[in-house]
Design a protein around this ligand. Structure first.
Ligand SMILES: [Zn+2]
Length: 586
């Protein structure tokens, strides 16, 4: 009977950047007993992230169940300049995206439309909030001082002091800023965990989705320390070569550091606090699971995995010249100045960042050098193709020709060949491991906004925005982030309709969306790209619930990306600065 509403409910917990490489050792060491209990009774699988594996593309894929060719999000900015109609180029030539930029209904829209109540907390790219059948607290890309970060709007009144993201004070590049990041992350985790628990208990819901993103922030900046937390006692035959003792940590002395300790100041402090962070995260997850109760199915997923940063930089501008292209990427104001200073050897960019982080001078520099952005945009317009960075090891080439132009296919082919031939001048090793035409990996109405060619670097290399000091294509470099993303994320599931086991074939993120709908006995729209992760689900549930596919909504999708309609330039600058400091904008 279609009227008989299924009473099943679903709790979804997002761990941004969650990876078994870190979580498994933490579970084994007893730091995350609640997560270990989920593994012990439930289902686990490695989850394949999107191409590119960044939070924007991956969470947009989870919330829509669609590939980037349909929702259009490849990163937190557009990938083609949106400088028409006299739009001022801020903070670069590439507009920042918002909730309005994602094409198609979100999973909570689909469920709400079917009469199910939803709660959505801290999911990136949900600002500005749109009406939904339940409650929402927006996530990353919410302007830091925004008051309109909830649905319904009055929910914000009951959340005094709520924090969505780390304050900019935690964003410099120094041991002190790292300490501030850890302190702020612990505070935010506490606030968000308590708020989620309160809403889970108070609100009626069928679908409850909370995303914890502090893991990503900490892992970017402090991955080296986390590698030490991952180390298990394996005697002296381990793989470590730079083995040395932590001078300041007698009680931790049997952890062997991967790096020279001078790279990881205050190890004792950070190891303790980081372990504490994951312990608190596990407690928050445990409380949510307990409050939801044993009749609720639960999915825990990450948007991408994590691993150490590469040690060699491939300089974007040099690579562009090597390919015969314009560099293309809008160098925001600050970066134009930085690049100019770097080229002249006056200052290294990271030092300048540290000196100016959060100061009015930095904002002033941004404004003064908007001229440079305009210049860059003019160069972009006159170039046949341009290079775009989508993640450290994923790049794109946009072609400024319509695909039906006679020159398009030969240009595309020659660029693909040139990309495949890019080698490290020092070793002769190939740098680019895979090259795709966009149609090979994306499909849907927004393929035209994707760069025409997408390529992947060997993980030993990372694309760098800065200018190469000697004009060299490749140089050893210590990236600002000690950790960067990986394709391999996590999927855990537990509950009355979930089997105990390990997934064989790694599902993709969109498969989790289809699985979430299926576990709520909702129909799956026909334009979703995911399929149900059947080997996670009990034979009894599958026998009673055939997968239902329903025709997708007829609403046409505009191929153009809508930029965020920021309330003020100040809001946009603040969000851009936050993204920059998270390493998402450069
Ligand atoms: Zn992420």
């Amino acid at each position: 009977m279609t009227e008989s509403r299924d009473q099943r409910r679903l709790l979804v917990i997002g761990i941004d950047g969650g990876t078994f490489d870190l979580l498994d050792p933490l579970m084994r060491r007893g730091v995350m007993p609640n997560l270990a209990a989920v593994v012990a009774r439930g289902f686990r699988a490695t989850l394949r992230s999107t191409i590119p594996p960044n939070s924007a593309a991956a969470w947009a894929t989870f919330v829509t169940g669609k590939n980037p060719g349909r929702h259009g999000v490849l990163r937190f900015q557009a990938t083609r300049p949106t400088a028409e109609a006299g739009r001022e180029f801020r903070p670069g030539a590439y507009t920042l995206l918002s909730s309005e930029s994602i094409a198609g209904p979100r999973i909570w829209d689909i469920l709400g439309h079917a009469g199910r109540r939803v709660a959505v907390i801290n999911v990136p790219m949900t600002y500005p909030p749109r009406p939904l059948n339940g409650v929402m607290i927006t996530g990353l890309l919410t302007p830091p001082e925004a008051r309109d970060f909830t649905w319904p709007p009055e929910l914000a009144d009951s959340l005094p002091g709520y924090q969505i993201e780390q304050p900019l004070a935690a964003m410099g590049f120094s041991a002190e800023a790292d300490r501030e990041l850890v302190r702020a992350s612990l505070d935010i985790l506490r606030i968000q965990g308590e708020t989620a628990l309160r809403l889970l208990r108070q609100e009626p819901w069928d679908f409850f989705f909370v995303c914890f993103t502090g893991t990503d922030r900490l892992q970017h900046r402090l991955w080296g320390y986390l590698e030490e937390l991952m180390e298990e006692r394996k005697g002296d035959t381990g793989k470590k070569q730079n083995r040395s003792d932590l001078s300041d940590s007698s009680d931790l002395s049997d952890w062997s550091p991967l790096h020279d300790p001078s790279d990881l100041p205050d190890s004792k402090y950070f190891l303790r606090r980081l372990e504490h962070y994951y312990r608190l995260l596990d407690e928050a997850i445990g409380r949510l699971l307990a409050a939801a109760g044993g009749t609720v199915n639960c999915l825990i997923l990450s948007d991408h995995g994590f691993g150490p940063a590469p040690e060699r930089a491939v300089y974007r501008r040099v690579l562009a010249r090597y390919l015969g292209l314009e560099a293309g990427e809008g160098v925001g104001g600050f970066h134009s100045v930085r690049a100019w200073l770097e080229r002249r050897g006056i200052l290294d960019g990271d030092r300048l960042r540290r000196l100016l982080a959060g100061t009015p001078l930095r904002r002033l520099l941004s404004r003064l050098s908007r001229f440079a952005v305009r210049k860059e945009h003019e160069a972009w317009r006159s170039s046949r193709a341009y290079l775009v960075v989508l993640h450290k090891y994923i790049g794109g080439v946009g072609i400024n020709l319509p695909p039906d132009s006679p020159d398009y296919a030969p240009l595309c082919q020659s660029l693909i060949e040139r990309l495949k031939a890019v080698c490290d001048p020092d070793t002769g090793d190939p740098i680019v491991t895979e090259v795709w035409r966009r149609e090979e990996i994306y499909r849907g109405p927004r393929v035209p906004v994707c760069p025409d060619i997408i390529f992947r670097l060997d993980l030993r290399y990372g694309l760098s925005h800065g200018d190469s000091p000697g004009g060299r294509l490749v140089q050893p470099k210590t990236f600002r982030s000690r950790g960067i993303h990986r394709d391999e994320g996590i999927l855990l599931a537990a509950g009355p309709d979930i089997v105990h086991g390990v997934g064989g074939k790694a599902p993709a993120i969109a498969d989790v969306t289809a699985t979430a709908l299926y576990l709520l006995d909702a129909a799956i729209p026909s334009d979703m790209d995911g399929t149900v992760v059947a080997d996670a689900i009990s034979p009894a549930y599958r026998a009673e619930h055939p997968v239902r596919i329903e025709p997708a909504s007829e609403e046409p999708v505009s191929p153009d990306m809508a930029g965020a309609r920021w309330r003020s330039a100040r809001d946009e600058d603040a969000v851009a600065e936050q993204l920059r400091d998270l390493g998402y904008l450069d």
